[in-house]
Write a protein of this length. Structure first.
Length: 283
């Protein structure tokens, strides 16, 4: 077999790759030596600085499990809360890990971190574990049925498909709905939009600034249009709406019949309505 010849550029490139590989090996050995020293300090004297450095080193392990578990739980559960639970599991693993045993810490810590997150979620869950599993199975069956029907399924159709009473379907769905709590401060994103939205409860008893502005503009326009009515029409409207007098009393005050006052009132309203409509169309 003939020998292979390398050109100068290829030989230089090969040499550089070897240097990079060797440097990586050296850095890995240094990191391994430093970690062994930290574990020794932590195991022998529970050195706070060594423990803090080890926690920081394995924090990405917590982030990994938070992302994995967070993908399969409701969005209203805070990821910061999951990370807090995971960090507690990591600290527990750090305290209970026996460095003298031939076991990798990240393998041991993964069980502790994941277990701490799941246990914390179960303690905060309003719904019993059996009911939660029941709700998951029901959701799965509903999805399967709706794929067959190509539409939303009714409670009776779900009941027949799963072979359980209709009342049980309603109860399971209701428990599942009430177990999910929404936060008013939660920021949600729809269709990957950058603009975030929040859950807002509308207060119908309060007037918004926009509504107040529109109301004032309408009152100003109405007052301007009233000035265009004749004297009797303005007086009847003022006595009826401001003084809250009846048409009969107004008629006695002005020496006119009730029917005549009613005609003046109706004519004034008709004029105002016509004037306001014309003004809105012009704007």
């Amino acid at each position: 077999m003939g020998s292979r010849c390398f050109s100068a550029p290829h030989l230089l490139q090969y040499t550089n790759r070897c240097d990079i590989f060797e440097r990586r090996i050296i850095v890995a050995k240094q990191n391994s030596t430093e970690e062994q020293l930290l574990w020794k300090q932590w195991s022998e004297s529970k050195d706070p600085q060594a423990g803090d450095l080890l926690l920081r080193k394995y924090t990405p392990l917590v982030t990994y499990h938070v992302q994995r578990i967070g993908a399969s739980i409701p969005k209203n559960i805070s990821r910061d809360e999951l990370k807090s639970l995971g960090m507690m599991g990591l600290f527990d693993a750090l305290n209970k890990f026996d460095y003298s045993r031939d076991l990798k810490f990240d393998t041991y810590a993964s069980f502790r971190v994941r277990g701490a997150i799941i246990d914390g979620l179960r303690k905060e869950d309003w719904l019993p574990r059996s009911s939660r599993e029941k709700a998951k199975k029901l959701d799965s069956k509903i999805e399967e049925l709706e794929q067959k029907l190509m539409r939303h399924a009714t409670a009776e159709e779900i009941s027949n498909f799963i072979e359980i009473p209709v009342e049980e379907v309603y109860q399971t769905v209701q428990e599942h709905f009430f177990s999910n709590v929404l936060s008013m401060d939660e920021q949600i994103q729809e269709n990957d939009e950058l603009e975030s939205k929040s859950f807002v409860i509308r207060d119908d008893s309060q007037i918004t600034p926009e509504q107040q502005m529109v109301k004032q503009e309408l009152l100003h326009d109405l007052a301007s249009q009233i000035q265009m009515l004749n004297e009797n029409e303005q007086l009847v409207l003022s006595l009826f709406y401001t003084e809250e007098l009846t048409l009969t009393v107004i008629g006695e005050m002005l020496g006119l019949s009730t029917s005549r006052i009613s005609q003046i009132h109706s004519k004034a309203l008709f004029k105002l309505r016509k004037l306001l409509v014309n003004e809105m169309m012009n704007t």
